[in-house]
Design a binder for this molecule. Structure first.
Ligand SMILES: [Fe+2]
Length: 163
């Protein structure tokens, strides 16, 4: 499974307000610099992120410091990769989000997933995003550390209870 959509009650204007002010920093994890330049808001955005009321509706366990906004600059990517430090992410598109691409082990395009609503993405599978627009591509994301099938089971169970 490469992804599944989730129903989440959130206010896109609240998210846009957060990304519209305050500094971003270059994404640099343990000295490993992504070939495609990304910027992120994590520490500085922490207080804002903490105040986002819809986080209480997220059905998965996560830590506050695994919540972030990330930005890919105009005309960057795609860079095909697997994430090395997390299994999945719950992501919400904010602006200029083209489809998420999944690839097989020969790096051939396998699936192209339109990205216009909240989605849980399997980052252990080869994937890439690109920004072919002239504007920044901005998303909100929460890193998750369980395999996608486990997260789907959790989500299905909660959806059944709430139905
Ligand atoms: Fe990734």
């Amino acid at each position: 499974m490469n992804y599944f959509h989730i129903d989440l009650d959130y206010n896109i204007n609240e998210l846009k307000k957060v990304v519209s002010h305050g500094p971003w920093k270059i994404f640099d994890q343990g000295g490993y610099r992504f070939p495609c330049v990304q910027e992120m808001r994590l520490e500085y955005g922490y207080n804002y992120i903490n105040d986002l009321s819809f986080l209480k509706n997220v059905p998965f366990d996560f830590k506050p410091n695994h919540v972030m906004f990330t930005k890919i600059l105009p005309r960057v990517g795609p860079f095909v990769h697997r994430d090395f430090n997390r299994k999945c992410a719950l992501t919400i598109p904010i602006s200029n989000c083209e489809p998420i691409n999944f690839y097989n082990d020969k790096q051939e395009l396998e699936e192209l997933v339109p990205y216009s609503k909240p989605i849980v993405v399997n980052l252990e599978h080869l994937h890439a995003v690109k920004n072919s627009t002239d504007e920044e591509r901005i998303i909100f994301q929460i890193s998750l550390y369980q395999p996608i099938q486990k997260l789907k089971n959790v989500y299905d169970k909660i959806s059944t209870i709430l139905a």
